[in-house]
Design a protein around this ligand. Structure first.
Ligand code: EPU
Length: 440
């Protein structure tokens, strides 16, 4: 009953939010130095796989520090669509996966959120079958899932592609040695979850080492899984017969939201204290921002970040963790657009992740692209303009730019932003930004 009540409350508030989100825009008047404290939310990319891990153990699960985001709502709908019950209140997500009966992820949901593919491994592990829509491409590139499929096949699943769906079948998955051609985050997570209930031991080589992967491992271990190598590039999983539901597992803070606020402080000459962040997850970002002149001080309250009078140009190449994250490339570019000198930004993870460049240029930035490399010649100032968000992190880069631009910017299509940043406009307003959310 409690779950049903939760579910109703969730749908009234969040579904309206999802609906309205498609028609909203942000109006920002830039140029104010931002000051004060900001609280970082739970990590989207940790919360999503952890929600799908609930499929592995029938029963009632509770997850805390879950951000209130469109992608979280979509993942909840996916579980609901299979017959589960989900509820959400003030960062606590409750899932009852006891009565899941349809091991399926339909196209209508997968097309709005690529991370939906994370149900594939848990569904095959629990039901011996799954029918999951292929995610297709998205604004940042082709994004195939061949490594996920190859891994499951090595574990004995029979996989066919029919009508845009991946159909996977296996009586019981068996342990295998899997080498990923590249470290894939959701690929590692999918195979790891599948392996927790497989017969025997699975070894994943060249696994992703992102903190979100480690958070999922910690959660799976709390559910009774046997996993060695958290945070390393070889992960060993010994299958068990069953797992127990999670009780109050707390999701780690979002390192990309943290980095975005660091970029905002740096670009706007701000003085922001970031609370609830994991500094140990931020090395590459902090180092690059320090090179640009941003100052960091650990205080009792949190991490104090101050922007310099003049930013310095820099060079960055996006890499798998612990390298500089592709999810911070766009925001870093906005910062470099205002730096003294010429910066070189190389995107090595996704082939089409420069959609923000044209919009930044409309605000006065001087950026040219050659393949996966952007050359950014710093300008004295950006000017406000109407711009269009094209994907989640592109939206964040436009916010960074708009907050320090002269005049007014209108950012359209902010439903992308609401997929991954919890109430960013409210957080920015508290820091002194002149920002409004209005209907388009
Ligand atoms: N790749 C393949 N085949 C595969 C899987 C990946 O070729 O089977 C390639 C991709 O095309 C890409 C590279 O491998 O070139 C790495 O992709 P990865 O699989 O690691 O990306 P992902 O798991 O789909 C997650 C995050 C992304 C983040 C990337 C890289 C989630 C839910 N998503 O995606 O987050 O950019 O890792 O760190 O964890 C975002 O939050 O804005 C976002 C896009």
């Amino acid at each position: 009953m409690l779950l049903v009540i939760h579910a109703v409350q969730c749908s009234a508030r969040l579904l309206l939010y999802v609906k309205l989100g498609t028609m909203e825009q942000l109006i920002i008047r830039g140029g104010r130095p931002l000051q004060g404290d900001v609280m970082i939310s739970g990590a989207k990319n940790a919360a999503l796989p952890i929600i799908t891990a609930s499929i592995l153990a029938p029963g009632v699960h509770q997850i805390t520090n879950v951000p209130e985001l469109r992608d979280v709502v979509t993942m909840g709908r996916l579980i609901g669509n299979m017959g589960g019950l989900t509820g959400y209140r003030e960062g606590i997500m409750t899932l009852d996966t006891g009565r899941l009966r349809t091991p399926e992820a339909p196209y209508e949901l997968v097309k709005t959120m690529r991370a939906a593919v994370l149900v594939l491994g848990p569904l095959v592990a629990r039901f011996g079958k799954a029918r999951v829509s292929l995610p297709g491409g998205c604004a940042i590139g082709g994004r195939p899932i061949d490594q996920h499929i190859k891994g499951l096949e090595k574990m004995g699943a029979k996989i066919t592609l029919e009508g845009g769906y991946v159909i996977a079948k296996a009586k019981r998955l068996k342990g295998a040695r899997i080498y990923f051609d590249m470290p894939t985050v959701t690929g590692t997570e999918n195979i790891m979850m599948a392996a927790t209930l497989a017969k025997g031991t699975t070894l994943i080589e060249n696994a992703a080492r992102e903190p979100e992967v480690k958070d999922l491992i910690d959660c799976l271990i709390a559910m009774g899984a046997k996993i060695k190598g958290a945070g390393e590039s070889t992960i060993e999983i010994t299958g068990v017969d069953s797992l127990v539901p999670m009780a109050n597992y707390a999701v780690i803070p979002d390192r990309i939201e943290t980095g975005t606020f660091m970029a905002i402080a740096g670009a706007c000459g701000g003085d922001i204290t970031i609370k609830n962040c994991r500094i140990d997850h931020m090395d590459a970002i902090i180092m690059k921002l320090k090179d640009a002149g941003v100052r960091f001080d650990e205080t009792k309250k949190g991490l104090r970040v101050r922007g310099p009078k003049h930013l310095q140009a820099g060079t960055v190449t996006t890499m798998p963790y612990p390298g500089f994250p592709t999810d911070m490339q766009a925001q870093f570019m906005s910062l470099m657009a205002l730096a003294r000198g010429t910066s070189i930004i190389h995107e090595s993870i996704f082939e089409n992740r420069f959609m923000h460049v044209a919009e930044l240029c409309r605000m006065g930035a001087n950026i040219s692209i050659d393949g996966g490399t952007a050359t950014v010649k710093g300008v004295e100032r950006l000017t406000g303009a109407p711009v269009m968000a094209t994907d989640l992190r592109a939206s964040a880069s436009l916010i960074v730019a708009a907050l320090c631009a002269k005049g007014e910017s209108t950012i359209q299509r902010i439903y992308h932003l609401d997929r991954g940043y919890e109430r960013i406009d409210e957080k920015l307003k508290k820091l002194g930004a002149d920002i409004k959310r209005v209907m388009e």
